[in-house]
Ligand binder design. Structure first.
Ligand code: NDP
Length: 498
């Protein structure tokens, strides 16, 4: 495994000479952080303006790759939640909610274009605050966030023709709470469909990753949306709790842990609020013996090591057909030795930092449980930076279904490898989970793909690929992975009466 920053060019500093073996190192290729201006202190975005919190409280957001403070951010208290919800109601009743679909689309297109125009700034900020590699924030998070606004802008004036009845009505004020793994993208997943359908929004980003949502607030301000249409309340879980319980909120949309999802469901039971929950997962990535193995290896790597495995639909359980399991594992290990862990702002980095100390502790704890329960642990040789939160790509083989690492969501770069002999056994093992968000199938047989997709209890089944996202494609789960869909026509339904 290559550490980052890479070793300096050894032979032939000009790079003209042919070099051998260990000398083939990438030179550091850091993205400049100069494009981003991070303010010392951030207020809340309420009623179209940035404002200090009535609570008077602030917290510090860190760069997880270095543990350096990035900014001081407002902690919204109850009175701040009241203010934001109070501004969302008249915006819904008198301004935003009264606009035609074509007018709403105009604003959403503006936001989408502004995200594109400021894409580099967003990408660098996201990698600084979250720890994810710049190539992922640059090539995945930010373009997809813009795509969500473009896609939903396209829907805004077509709702009466989309099968929701002739005059589909928005729900009202949406309270939206998002996690830290895809901070801007999750904000886009929440805001774009809600706004396209005529709702107003109060959004709470995660405590450890508030900065891209605050930059989005700037974009929204510049796009000149009517005040109160979108408020962004930074804060920790207490802010989220106040927001979802607020009587002025008509619809709650949450992405995060199953535990908090359950708490929210209990908190709003009987209130008549509409609810969608996008929660955890423990997806099976199933590789049959006829699979295109080189592609499958890339899919396995992408499935669990993309975004350090901080992905609800991560392919965290590899189910390998027994006849190819040893060979697959050997080739996978060879591939993992080429991954580069280190500075998230380096364009060559594959694995960035773990988002927080808490998450690192959780990953370490579950990995230790894997060893204690008898699974075999392997990581490529991988020097970790001295400061910051880091965890090497890790593979557990010899995993049985009862192991905690096969049952619990680790939400880190840790793969559990299990084997199967027949398709029936693969289905039984894949479905042996309280979750049901996603799955992957690798085989050259189309008929097998279709039969597996029918039998797997998962909201999304990828075939011969993994972690593909598109705003037109509905995303969501079964069982403890939550309910409701985001994206596509189904995602619009979550924000409309009917
Ligand atoms: P949480 O579910 O705690 O956080 C998600 C969001 O909910 C955050 O904005 C959080 O605020 C907020 N929140 C926390 N408590 C409440 C509450 N009682 N009412 C309303 N909102 C609340 O996830 P964590 O960040 O703590 O991660 C814990 C585990 O959850 C991870 O290890 C992972 O397994 C799983 N997870 C799954 C995700 C998914 O997409 N499926 C995403 C994130 C986590 P704050 O950030 O301040 O805590």
């Amino acid at each position: 495994m290559n550490g980052n920053p890479a070793a300096p060019v050894a032979a032939g500093e000009t790079g003209q000479e042919l070099r051998s073996g260990a000398d083939w190192e990438y030179a550091p290729a850091p993205e400049s952080r100069d494009i981003v201006t991070i303010r010392g202190e951030y207020g809340l975005f309420i009623d179209g303006a940035f404002t200090p919190p009535l609570s008077g409280d602030y917290f510090t957001t860190l760069n997880p790759a270095t543990e350096e403070p990035l900014a001081s951010v407002a902690q919204a208290g109850k009175a701040d939640v009241d203010r934001a919800v109070a501004s969302a109601r008249p915006a819904y009743e008198q301004s935003w909610g009264q606009l035609s679909g074509a007018q709403r689309a105009k604003y959403l297109y503006r936001i989408a274009r502004a995200i594109q125009e400021r894409a580099r700034e967003f990408a660098v900020l996201e990698s600084l605050d979250n720890g994810k590699p710049i190539k992922e924030s640059r090539d995945v998070d930010i373009p997809l966030a813009a795509a969500h606004f473009f896609y939903h802008a396209g829907w805004a004036d077509k709702l009466p023709h989309a099968g929701f009845g002739p005059d589909p009505a928005p729900i009202g004020v949406a309270g939206q709470v998002i996690p830290w793994n895809f901070p801007l993208l999750m904000a886009a997943w929440k805001l774009a469909p809600a706004l396209a359908t005529g709702n107003t929004c109060v959004l709470k980003p995660a405590e450890t990753t508030p900065l891209s949502a605050l930059l989005l607030a700037e974009v929204i301000q510049e796009a000149d949306l009517p005040p109160g249409t979108v408020s962004i309340l930074t804060g920790d879980g207490r802010t989220g709790r106040e927001l979802v319980a607020h009587p002025g909120v008509d619809k709650v949309a949450f992405t995060g842990s199953t535990e908090v999802g359950k708490e929210i469901r209990r908190a709003i039971a009987g209130t008549g609020k509409r609810l969608t929950l996008e929660l955890g997962g423990k997806a099976a990535n199933i590789v049959f013996d006829d699979a295109p193995l080189d592609q499958a290896i890339e899919g396995i790597v992408n499935g669990i090591f993309f975004n350090q495995g901080h992905v609800c639909c991560a392919g965290s359980r590899l189910l390998a057909q027994e006849s190819i399991a040893d060979m697959l594992l050997d080739r996978l290990k060879q591939r993992l030795e080429t991954l580069r862990l280190g500075d998230p702002l380096d364009k060559n980095t594959d694995i960035g930092a773990i988002n927080s100390r808490e998450q690192l502790d959780k990953i370490r704890g579950l990995a230790a449980a894997g060893e204690a329960e008898g699974a075999e642990r392997w990581s490529p040789p991988c020097p970790l930076p001295a400061r910051g939160y880091w965890f090497p790509p890790t593979v557990f083989s010899g995993v049985s279904q009862s192991h905690r690492i096969a049952r619990e969501e680790i939400f880190g770069p840790v793969l559990s490898v299990l084997t199967f002999r027949t398709p029936d056994e693969a289905v039984a093992k894949a479905n042996n989970t309280p979750y049901g968000l996603s799955a992957g199938v690798w085989t050259e047989k189309g008929s097998r793909i279709l039969s597996m997709a029918q039998r797997l209890r998962a909201g999304v089944v990828w075939a011969n690929t993994y972690n593909r996202f598109d705003p037109a494609s509905p995303f969501g789960g079964y069982q403890e992975s939550g309910f409701g869909r985001e994206g596509g026509r189904a995602g619009l339904a979550a924000y409309l009466h009917g």
